[in-house]
Design a protein around this ligand. Structure first.
Ligand code: ADP
Ligand code: MG
Length: 748
């Protein structure tokens, strides 16, 4: 191996340099930086800003005019706090001074008091308002303390600080904090705490981070970053080279320049992702190891005879696509999507029967025990009198029962296994697993799909979702899947009337509940929590006032008192499996009128006689969750209602609830949900198994995504294994970031 040239040595060193040796970083500060995963210069370069502020122009204090948004750099001369007892408020006033004269900044909060010491230089940014004295003041400005270190010799004229000789202000031209467009960084560590909560912000100032990054850029380190994007692509898409993009994203010359830089970095992320997923798709497809399961006319007839209804046109078309996949030796990798109740399960069951007809095994995975239980029952009903054996594996079952289950599975006596992720356990061994169906796959990411693949030689995989995937997300997280969509509904689905109801309508809603119960129909009441923090107070009017969030147990009791003629029971995740079973059995047998529950009914409970869905604290639920809940009623020809109570305290909540009342279509709901919540919260990346996107924003960068996807596909067509020397860096990056996550093989 030839010795590396000294330049490259030095280059690597620049990126690898530890921040410990940076000016202004002591052991304490280094520890804080580490919490943000900032250890080396390279980490700083990739610590992307979350926002930028325009601080390009400064206004002298003497020239502040009401109505302006102004940036001011001034020294704090004096700070005074007044407590306005009548208003119960603190008013903090700072007297400021700069080269041009004096001015004021005002806050209605005591906390600034501790931060602003007389003598410190600060940067203020905020709205200028007229005050009662006929002057102007900065109202509630954001500020940054430039601090004592900013008054270092290099920034000063040299005059000592103090009353007599006020130091001249720091020079603006070469300062990362002002006189330019400045970056804003997130101070929240990325890693969640063990209990899943967000860690608190790290106590570093924006100013400190800016200075460090400024130094990292100034030392030339960006020039050492390896360029992964082939030049041809950059040219085609008009993307700046990496070093320029890095510099301009942190400290842009202009907002246009910032956007150009961001576009390049977002493109790179999405391109890598598309390439990784494309490679995975190719590799799975190239494995000719799946069992061929063709559907001949006889098998088709037998399957059709098993179903209690005729498949709709859309279901039939979906089954055809799936059957075509199953006839191949390359493993199917397909997503079956469609609105709640469109009849996906029936299609999946048909596919499983096809596998069984070939003497192979099928597995059906559900996200919850309740749903697994229901699937098992549906299948058992369907297969009554046939020789097909179906059994359910549950986490909580007794050891003995589990052993029996496992033995039957291993011997092949068990044809269809139903369960939750427990079916993915290492000790669960199939004899000849040929097809895996995953229901409600939004809970199952790439990683889970990989675990499944390890189960059979390479089973066919069908994932179903009733949470239609917004297009941009589908193009990334599920771009390794083929997609089949079922549109429309089976005949005989009832209309669901959706109403946002107010407290004053509560009695009317309950009257409807009673009337429906008399007809033998059932209702769900869904609440966000098992235990509420609601305070029930019976005022003089006898009226019950609720505040905050209601809980299942309290609500069940309250309803039982309030509606004594109805049979009401509760269901939630903290109950034992047997208790849950018993409640659901009574519900199915018509021995219950109202089921009070948490979101456990969200997915898949299928009770034809359920006609009322009543959601409390709807503002606490996401749009997709609400839509799922609505899908629990109107499942037969009966007219049904979805009522929801919700107090929209934020604009977001209001938009969400309005959208829910208005939009019926699951696909539209999904797009709206995505728009409102943003991709970050839509699917946990944790679960998806994909690396987090640091720059790209799926809601916003749709066009970039489409370009990246097309470019990745084209590149893979030309060089499916990325063997060309010009793709060496791409290969290295894919190997580093994706190979393990996506189960890519042969990336060495
Ligand atoms: P999904 O899984 O898409 O939510 P399901 O497969 O559970 O929907 O179907 C919803 C309801 O419609 C079930 O009660 C099911 O028995 C019924 N169903 C499904 N397909 C048909 C059909 N072709 N004709 C009549 N009813 C159907
Ligand atoms: Mg379903």
């Amino acid at each position: 191996m030839p010795a590396r040239p000294p330049a490259a040595e030095a280059a690597g060193e620049r990126l690898a340099r530890s921040l410990q040796y940076f000016k202004g970083v002591g052991p304490k500060r280094y520890e804080l930086l580490e919490r943000l995963l900032l250890r080396r210069v390279e980490d700083l370069l990739h610590f992307w800003p979350v926002d930028h502020k325009d601080r390009a122009s400064l206004t002298p204090l003497a020239r502040l005019r009401p109505g302006q948004e102004a940036n001011v750099r001034a020294q704090v001369v004096d700070v005074q706090a007044k407590i306005l007892y009548r208003a119960g408020k603190h008013r903090v006033e700072a007297l400021l001074h700069d080269e041009s004269g004096d001015g004021f900044a005002v806050w209605w909060s005591p906390y600034v008091l501790e931060k602003l010491d007389p003598g410190t230089w600060c940067f203020f940014s905020g709205k200028v308002v007229a005050n009662k004295q006929g002057g102007v003041e900065l109202s509630h400005p954001e500020f940054e303390i430039l601090g004592k270190e900013d008054l270092g010799a290099d920034l000063l004229t040299g005059a000592p600080a103090g009353e007599a000789a006020r130091p001249a202000p720091p020079s603006t031209s070469e300062h990362p904090d002002f006189g330019r467009i400045v970056p804003v960084y997130s101070l929240r560590p990325r890693q969640r705490r063990p209990d899943g909560t967000e860690p608190p912000e790290v106590k570093l100032s924006q100013s400190v981070l800016r200075k460090l990054i400024w130094q990292a850029l100034a030392c030339g380190a960006p020039d050492d970053l390896a360029e992964a994007l082939p030049e041809g692509l950059r040219g085609k898409r008009g993307l700046p080279p990496l070093p320029e993009a890095v510099r301009q994203f942190h400290f842009p010359k202009s907002f246009e320049s910032r956007d150009r830089a961001r576009r390049r970095l977002a493109y790179e992320e999405l391109f890598m992702l598309a390439l990784g997923m494309g490679l995975r798709r190719e590799q799975v497809a190239r494995r000719q190891t799946a069992r061929k399961l063709p559907m001949g006319p006889n098998v088709r007839k037998r399957i059709e005879a098993r179903l209690p209804f005729e498949l709709t046109e859309a279901q039939r078309a979906a089954l055809e696509e799936i059957a075509a996949d199953l006839a191949q030796a390359r493993p199917m990798n397909r997503l079956l999507q469609g609105d709640v109740g469109c009849g996906k399960t029936a299609v999946a069951v048909s596919a499983m029967l096809l596998a069984v007809a070939h003497g192979a095994q099928a597995a059906l995975l559900a996200p919850t025990e309740v749903l697994a239980e229901q699937h098992a029952r549906t299948l058992a009903d369907l297969l009554k009198g046939s020789r097909v054996n179906v059994s359910l594996l549950r986490g909580q079952r007794a050891k003995k029962e589990r052993e029996v289950f496992l033995a039957h599975l291993a011997s092949g006596d068990l044809h269809i296994a139903v369960g939750t992720h427990a079916l993915l356990g290492e000790d669960v061994k199939f004899k000849n697993l040929a097809l895996v169906v995953v229901d409600e796959q939004h809970k199952f990411g790439v990683r889970q799909r990989m675990a499944l693949r390890a189960k059979g030689a390479a089973p066919h995989v069908l994932v179903m979702t009733a949470t239609p995937i917004p297009r941009t997300l589908g193009l990334t997280l599920y771009s390794d899947l083929d997609v089949t969509t079922i549109t429309g509904f089976p005949p005989g689905r009832g209309e669901v009337v959706t109403r946002w109801v107010k407290e004053k309508d509560r009695t009317k809603v309950y009257e409807l509940l009673i009337a429906e119960a008399r007809k033998g129909h059932a209702a769900y009441v869904v609440l966000p929590r098992i235990e509420g923090d609601g305070i029930e107070s019976e005022g003089g009017t006898g009226e019950k006032l609720w505040s905050e969030v209601k809980g299942v147990e309290d609500e069940r009791k309250r309803l039982a008192r309030h509606l004594p003629s109805l049979r009401i029971e509760a269901l939630h995740g903290r109950m034992k499996a047997e208790e849950k079973d018993a409640v659901l059995a009574r519900l199915r047998e018509g021995r219950l009128d109202v089921l009070v529950s948490t979101l456990v009914v969200e997915v898949g409970i299928d009770l034809p006689t359920a006609t009322v869905m009543l959601i409390e604290n709807a503002e606490r639920f996401g749009l997709a969750g609400l839509h799922q809940l609505r899908g629990r009623v109107g499942r037969s020809g009966l007219k049904s209602w979805c009522f929801f109570f919700g107090e929209a305290k934020t604009k977001d909540a209001r938009e969400r609830l309005k959208a829910f009342a208005k939009i019926k279509d699951g696909f539209e709901i999904a797009e709206e949900d995505f728009r409102l919540r943003g991709p970050g919260q839509f699917f946990g990346t944790e679960q998806s198994g994909l690396p987090e996107l640091a720059v790209a924003d799926l809601a916003r960068d749709r066009e970039i995504l489409l370009h990246a996807r097309d470019d990745a596909a084209e590149l893979l067509k030309r060089d499916p294994d990325l063997r060309k020397p010009e793709y060496a860096e791409l290969r290295r990056r894919i190997r580093r970031d994706f190979a393990q996550r996506l189960g890519l093989v042969d990336m060495g």
